[in-house]
Design a protein around this ligand. Structure first.
Ligand code: SAM
Length: 210
């Protein structure tokens, strides 16, 4: 961790961090306002999170990440940009979801470039599996969206199949979606595209009926 990331963690985590606890969050209390809340899982160094939160100030962004330097990195950006609509939980997102995120409470969920686990014998470690996707769908309010992106072709196909098989969800596109303007191109994505790797966005919505 760089000294700046450590400093951001020490100074800002007490203010903008939420300790893991087995009790449901009240977003209005947490963000000090009533606004649509977007959950982001695995924000890495937080470049995308901070950029989206800067562009979409009318919404709340709750980021969950296990990687300490990444949490420090996002907090530093949030501070530099003077953002008031970001909160962070440094903990495993699977546990956070189960213990802290109420059903039907979210306007959206972002999962950008989740760990691809490229070896076949490791595919079972991938985050976006049917059981977890169902849990995610349960946390969306009707009409709320689940947006994933990946540059791994077979993971993209797997996500499309898993999301399509979840009865609570419907696709917003036919197959893969176009990258929405709110998701900025990441540095590694620009490099990947130059190398000929396609990035796929998968955007589903929780059905309003049923
Ligand atoms: C490949 S990185 C992508 C980071 C970022 N979203 C981006 O687009 O650059 C995946 C991130 O997910 C985080 N992650 C993986 N499993 C997680 C979990 N169960 N809970 C929270 N974060 C997780 C990792 O620590 C890592 O930072």
């Amino acid at each position: 961790m760089s000294p700046a990331q450590q400093r951001a963690l020490d100074l800002l985590l007490p203010r903008l961090g939420v300790p893991f606890a087995p009790s449901a969050l009240d977003f209005e209390q947490l963000f000090l306002r009533r606004a649509p809340t977007i959950l982001e899982i695995g924000f890495g160094m937080g470049e995308t999170t901070a950029e989206i939160a800067r562009m979409r100030r009318a919404e709340n962004f709750l980021g969950v990440e296990v990687h300490g330097p990444g949490v420090g990195g996002l907090l530093k950006r949030v501070d530099e940009l003077g953002l008031t609509n970001v909160r962070v939980i440094r903990h495993d997102a699977v546990e956070v979801l189960a213990a802290m995120i109420p059903h039907a409470s979210l306007a959206g969920i972002h999962v950008f470039f989740p760990d691809p686990w490229p070896k076949k014998r490791h595919h079972k470690r991938r985050l976006l599996k049917p059981g977890f996707v169902h849990e995610l769908a349960m946390r969306l309010a009707p009409g709320g969206y689940l947006h994933a992106a990946t540059d791994w072709e077979d993971y993209a196909e797997e996500m499309l199949a898993v999301f399509s098989a979840e009865p609570l969800l419907e696709n917003t596109a036919t197959g893969f979606a176009a990258r929405p303007a709110y998701r900025p191109l990441t540095k590694f994505e620009i490099r990947g595209v130059r190398l000929g790797h396609d990035v796929h966005d998968i955007i589903f919505r929780r059905r309003r009926e049923g």
